[in-house]
Design a protein. Structure first.
Lengths: 175, 642
């Protein structure tokens, strides 16, 4: 067997090792980005999730003013941690609308009492239909929607305090 | 004290493994005879590691929550068997189990191996110790299984519910035994490359280990496939999931090695190739362990996601496999090939077998790692799934199955007899089966159709080595081969039947509704809440019948509290001609339930075939080991002239 032939396994091993090492350094990103970014919010009309608060439809999001659209649920633990961040944004003048996924009024009332209520409107999406139409693959997710109802950005997973300046800047840019 | 005893035993074992490395260097550099102390130290090292693993089992059995590992992976409410199984249902414990098996394998080699030269044995034991040393370092530095918690918490966090299944008690240990059995072949190969003694004696010393490892890998894969089938509730037996592939790759390499090692043992040929395969087979085991333990691939199997541990394993992989490949590149040239053989001979049959298996291995390897390489080079994400694997590996597997019928009929060195005459009847059976599928099911897909034809041919062809002789006087090894090859035909027919005839019904049904799947009428009677020791569940009651003899099936969706997880417990009824497979999902707003129903004709043949393949291996192993035991009782003079 020639020397070159005998070196092939070593070369293949080096390829394999560098590929595996690269993956270790840069773990796979399992987030599923929405195909609806840079597109008009699809038409929908959701009933109110709570008696005292209006429901949500697509026209509410194209009201001439940028919105944050938060997809959440009372049964979602990261959503609870996100509550404070959304309230801070609301205090700074951001309009936050919510879509509650597969939720009940009782559970939702308790959830908002515990974690605060930043929402102007909350639509109830019992079968995740609107969530799927928006291209959201889980809770929580947050969409930045511009004045004309076009989705400009999607945040996958809970927002944290470090996201606040970025979100405010984006809303300022699309105003 | 129990945990501390375990830790101390582990440190001592690591020290002895380092000492073995020194002994190996001495043996290779000088003429000092170190074989006896080497054997002794290897045995003690094995015993100490076994002691450490025993201590780990004990703390898990006693639910000693002051040990961090027990706290993180166990819970006092768990059934006893899962408490014990929890010892290896986690990263640290499974690595300790791995090194325990490694060290015990070394001890067995030290106690019983008499076939190779002394220097080669010493080098092989040294190499086995170096393998173990890396894992000792890994355990002691990066993942101590015996670390304590202070103060001790009142109760533990529980075990992943997917793992709370009798399958867990056997599946990982079986695969690990298989992986580690290949480490012995690796160590023998490295030892022989170091001393230059690559000959038929070496092949005979390696063969039982390769055979044993291969049997366990076969069983592990078969059992794992059945586990995924009934526990995950997707109704499939093989998903080409990266981690499944990671267990298939060592199996393919071990299968090739198993066949080429016979050429080396009988004819002294294929030396370099066999050594290469021994290294590759173990490398694939290491890659498999790395993929599972580092969690870098998204998979149902990737339980632990921890880059630091992954790095450690990757470094070990690089050192061991890199060193073996370098050794091969340096020493490979000095290997003289043995007796030549002609184009039509047993040897060339086995070379064809090895080539086909290697190509299939390459296909699986490429498909498993291709997405990773593409993303590394271009940033583009893609996934490689069943269509690729089935389209590429399927036809090759069928070709291989055809060759399986021919190879065993050929003689060593050269074949002058007209062997193909014997294959007339099997070929006729195969072609008739093919014609029958065309007449009876014109719409069938091409792969299952060919699968039926090849399976029918192989069922007849595989028993030919026993035809024309007294089957009772045939060697056990021949019987083993026949049973294994017959098992391939059985598994193949199960796969073809499953692919061609399965019927599937996904539906949303209200209680009282009747659904049809295949020949079955299935009525959803009710869904009731129920509870077990550490879970609650929605249990559906299904009434199934095909004309007469109705019976009840009770699939469940279970909710475990520690940690909060949901699993589907399928309900399966087995008949001689297939399985009815049912799963219940979620309830929708209108009070209807998701139901998944399958009728899978002859699907059980897949695992029955896998079991037959393993049984054949066990017969062959018995055939290789029995003469050893018998010879030992003979007096010295008879042994010499026997």
């Amino acid at each position: 067997m020639s020397r070159g032939l005998r070196l092939i396994p070593i070369v293949l091993l080096l390829f394999l090792l560098s590929g595996l090492a690269w993956r270790l350094i840069k773990p796979a990103d399992t987030a599923v980005p929405s195909q609806m970014v840079e597109r008009q919010v699809p038409p929908f009309a959701l009933p109110a999730a709570l008696p005292g608060k209006p429901g949500l439809n697509a026209a509410d999001l194209a009201s001439g003013k940028p919105h944050l659209l938060n997809i959440f649920a009372s049964w979602c633990i990261p959503c609870a941690s996100e509550g404070k961040v959304l309230q801070e944004l609301q205090r700074r003048g951001v309009t936050v609308d919510g879509i509650a996924i597969r939720d009940t009024p009782d559970a939702l009332t308790a959830f908002l009492a515990r974690n605060g209520d930043p929402y102007q409107r909350i639509g109830s999406d019992r079968q995740s239909d609107v969530q799927i139409a928006l291209g959201s693959s889980g809770v929580p997710e947050t969409f930045v929607v511009d004045a004309h109802g076009v989705i400009r950005r999607q945040y996958i997973g809970a927002l944290n305090a470090s996201n606040i300046p970025g979100v405010l800047r984006e809303l300022e840019e699309i105003r | 004290m129990i945990a501390e005893t375990g830790l101390a035993a582990l440190w001592l074992a690591a020290g002895l493994a380092a000492y073995q490395f020194v002994l190996m260097v001495l043996a290779l550099r000088s003429d000092i005879a170190v074989t006896r102390p080497m054997r002794g130290v290897a045995v003690i090292q094995g015993v100490l590691t076994l002691l450490a693993f025993g201590m780990l089992l004990l703390v898990f059995a006693r639910s000693d929550m002051s040990v961090a590992l027990v706290f993180e992976n166990s819970n006092s409410a768990k059934p006893f068997i899962y408490k014990v199984a929890g010892a290896w249902g986690n990263h640290e414990g499974s690595m300790l189990m791995w090194v325990t098996i490694l060290a015990i394998a070394g001890a067995f080699v030290a106690l019983f191996s008499r076939r190779t030269g002394e220097r080669t044995l010493t080098a092989a034991l040294g190499s086995q110790a170096v393998l173990a040393l890396g894992f000792y370092a890994f355990l002691l530095v990066a993942s101590n299984p015996f670390a304590r918690l202070f103060p001790a918490p009142p109760d533990g966090q529980g075990l992943n519910p997917l793992l709370q299944d009798p399958g867990l008690a056997f599946h990982p240990p079986t695969l690990y035994l298989g992986y580690v059995g290949l480490s012995v072949a690796f160590s023998f190969a490295v030892g022989a490359l170091l001393t230059g003694e690559v000959d038929s004696r070496l092949a005979r010393a390696m063969r039982p280990w390769v055979l044993g490892a291969w049997i366990l890998l076969t069983l592990g894969i078969t059992a794992g496939s059945y586990w995924a089938y009934y526990e995950l509730g997707w109704g499939g037996y093989w998903f080409w999931d990266p981690v499944e592939n990671a267990s298939l790759m060592p199996w393919l390499a071990a299968t090739a090695l198993l066949h080429s090692i016979n050429v080396l043992a009988a004819r002294g040929a294929l030396k370099a190739w066999t050594m290469m395969l021994a290294v590759i087979a173990f490398s694939m085991s290491m890659v498999g362990t790395f993929l599972v333990r580092s969690g870098i691939l998204t998979s149902v199997h990737a339980f632990a996601i921890d880059p630091q541990r992954g790095t450690f394993l990757l470094v070990l992989l690089a050192i061991y496999v890199g060193a073996a490949f370098v050794l091969f590149a340096v020493r490979g040239a000095s290997l003289k090939e043995g007796t030549p053989f002609e184009l039509v001979s047993r040897e060339s049959g086995l070379v064809v077998n090895n080539l086909l298996l290697s190509v299939v291995l390459g296909i699986v390897f490429l498909g498993t790692l291709y997405p990773l390489f593409i993303e590394a080079l271009s940033g583009e994400k893609l996934s490689v799934g069943a269509p690729y694997f089935n389209a590429l590996a399927g036809p090759l597997a069928l070709l291989l199955a055809i060759m399986v019928g021919i190879g065993p009929l050929l003689r060593w060195r050269r074949e002058r007899r007209p062997v193909f005459g014997q294959l007339k009847i099997p070929a006729l059976i195969g072609v008739s089966a093919l014609v029958m599928t065309i007449l009876a099911a014109p719409a069938m897909h091409i792969l299952p159709r060919l699968g039926f034809g090849v399976a029918a041919y192989l069922i007849a062809a595989s028993i030919l080595p026993l035809v024309g002789r007294n089957p009772l006087r045939a060697p056990l090894a021949t019987w083993g081969m026949v049973v294994s090859h017959f098992g391939i035909a059985v598994a193949l027919s199960g796969m073809a039947a499953n692919a061609a005839f399965s019927s599937e019904r996904l539906a949303i049904a209200k209680p009282g509704e009747i659904l049809t799947v295949g020949p079955w009428q299935v009525q959803l009677e009710s869904v009731t809440p129920t509870a077990g020791k550490n879970w609650t569940a929605n249990e559906a009651e299904l009434r199934a019948s095909r004309g007469q003899g109705a019976f009840t099936l009770k699939p469940e969706t279970r909710y475990y509290s520690d940690p909060p997880t949901e699993t589907n417990e399928s309900a399966i009824r087995t008949f001689w001609n297939g399985q009815l497979y049912t799963v219940v999902g979620k309830e929708d707003a209108s009070g209807a339930w998701q139901l998944r129903l399958w009728w899978k004709p002859f699907v059980t043949l897949i695992w029955a075939g896998g079991a037959l393949i393993a049984i054949g291996g066990a017969l062959a192993l018995l055939g290789r080991l029995l003469p050893l035991l018998r010879r030992r009782r003979f007096p010295e003079w008879r042994r010499r002239y026997a």
